[in-house]
Write a new protein. Structure first.
Length: 460
């Protein structure tokens, strides 16, 4: 039980003292806030606008508040829609339902820019960033000519967001990043509870209740695929796969093994999310990344590597059994994807591509000017956007990065985490445009940032 006699002087008295010291500020803020609501009502704006702007101001000023805000928004969009938060924020900005998601992305990019300004890169790092920026700028110019400025800029956003969130996270301290992992843990647990509830209630009743927003509640290949609190099942599966991959790869290191009960609970919740979403893409991300981490890990002794191999085999068996139990073992969708990839690559692919944003999620945005082109293979997507030469170069760089990490893992046990993430993403790229799943990429970025900033890690 809570000892009120002890907590009163420890918690209540300091709060009362703070209110006394800042009474004028508090009263002035309340008056200003009330006046702002009155002005909004007089000029025909939403009375919720001052409150939303105040929340966004805090998220923009304070990095941890901003990253926490983004994690919640990106991990639970369906849940925020169901409880009316998305509608409230949208109404504050003139009925624009996409304002909530856009605000979270803007906050992440803002904090990434602040971190980048303070960064002092080495010469080779500056050259790498410069070359990548030139390639992206050139592809953007091609995109402007093919599908217009708006769709191209959305495509640029999809390319840069995973990098931006990693930069913003890596600028924080280890305790701060551990708190972000904890927040992701709560989000995964919440998604697991929602997925179980959806599975028990059933899609027919959920649809009758009006909870089929944006086709989140649906059957695929005769199986109900729960979305949890995300927009649809693949997003839930990718988030679950990303969390499990980061969590299990930490177990393969010597100094970063998870010790918090919340992380363990979230790992169990992520397994439930992966099974109920029946996302084979999330399973590929997890299994391929973990198997590669186990096989390519050169740190530790033979006994440690033997335990790692057993862990990888156990996860592989559990994923296979789980998917078989829910009936998600069909390969019909994979055959369809093979036909689509061949068709897209055969029909007039320019050497320089069609420009960033030409395919994938950007082609399905509200500003898209052409047909929606879902590729479900990020390597093919890059070939269509940047051209086949750069796509092949990107694949070669992924292989080179894995070899480099494998060679150095003998002296740097933390590198097993990076091996798992790079290999898992490379495998997931073969079956889905994994880079464009914001919540999963943010989750992986938080785990990678935790490895980079931990005192025992030397960094890549």
């Amino acid at each position: 039980m809570i000892d009120l006699e002890r907590r009163y002087p420890a918690v209540v008295l300091p709060s009362v003292a703070w209110l006394h010291r800042h009474a004028k500020l508090v009263i002035g803020g309340a008056v200003l806030f009330a006046a702002a609501i009155g002005v909004c009502l007089l000029v025909g704006l939403s009375p919720w606008l001052p409150l939303v702007l105040a929340v966004l101001a805090v998220a923009a000023i304070r990095p941890m508040a901003g990253l926490g805000y983004a994690i919640v928004v990106l991990s639970t969009p369906y849940g925020l829609w169901a409880v009316g938060v998305q509608g409230l924020v949208g109404s504050a900005f003139g009925g624009r339902d996409y304002a909530l998601n856009l605000s979270a992305l803007a906050v992440v990019f803002l904090h990434a820019a602040r971190a980048a300004i303070r960064w002092r890169p080495a010469r080779d790092q500056a050259i790498t960033v410069g070359v990548a920026a030139l390639i992206l700028a050139g592809s953007a110019l091609v995109g402007f000519a093919h599908q217009g400025i708006a769709q191209t800029l959305i495509g640029v956003r999809y390319v840069l967001f995973p990098v931006a969130v990693l930069v913003a996270v890596a600028a924080r301290s280890v305790p701060d990043i551990a708190r972000l992992v904890g927040l992701f843990s709560w989000m995964v647990v919440a998604n697991a509870v929602a997925a179980v509830a959806e599975f028990l209630v059933g899609p027919a009743r959920l649809a009758a209740w009006g909870l089929s927003h944006m086709n989140a509640i649906r059957y695929i290949d005769g199986n109900f695929r729960a979305p949890g609190l995300t927009e649809f099942n693949a997003e839930l599966g990718m988030l679950a796969g990303a969390f499990l991959l980061g969590y299990l790869c930490l177990w393969l290191t010597r100094d970063l093994r998870p010790r918090r009960w919340l992380w363990h609970a979230a790992a169990a919740g992520a397994a439930i999310c992966l099974a109920l979403s029946t996302s084979r893409s999330g399973a590929v991300l997890l299994v391929a990344g973990l198997v590669a981490a186990v096989v390519m890990n050169r740190s530790g002794g033979e006994a440690s590597r033997r335990r790692s191999r057993r862990l990888g085999l156990a996860v592989l068996v559990l994923v296979a059994v789980g998917f078989a139990a829910v009936g998600a073992t069909g390969g019909h969708s994979l055959v369809e994807r093979l036909d689509i990839w061949g068709s897209l690559l055969r029909h007039g692919l320019p050497l320089y591509g069609k420009g960033v944003g030409a395919v994938g999620a950007a082609s399905n945005s509200r500003t898209a000017t052409g047909p929606r082109i879902a590729v479900d293979n990020y390597f093919v997507s890059l070939a269509l956007q940047l051209g086949p030469v750069l796509a092949v170069l990107f694949a070669a760089l992924v292989v080179a990065a894995l070899i480099w990490l494998w060679r150095r893992s003998v002296d740097h046990p933390t590198f097993v985490l990076y091996i798992g993430v790079v290999a898992g993403l490379a495998a997931a790229f073969l079956v889905i445009e994994a880079w464009e799943y914001d919540s999963a990429m943010a989750c992986l970025a938080v785990f990678v940032g935790y490895g980079l900033r931990h005192p025992s890690a030397d960094g890549p």
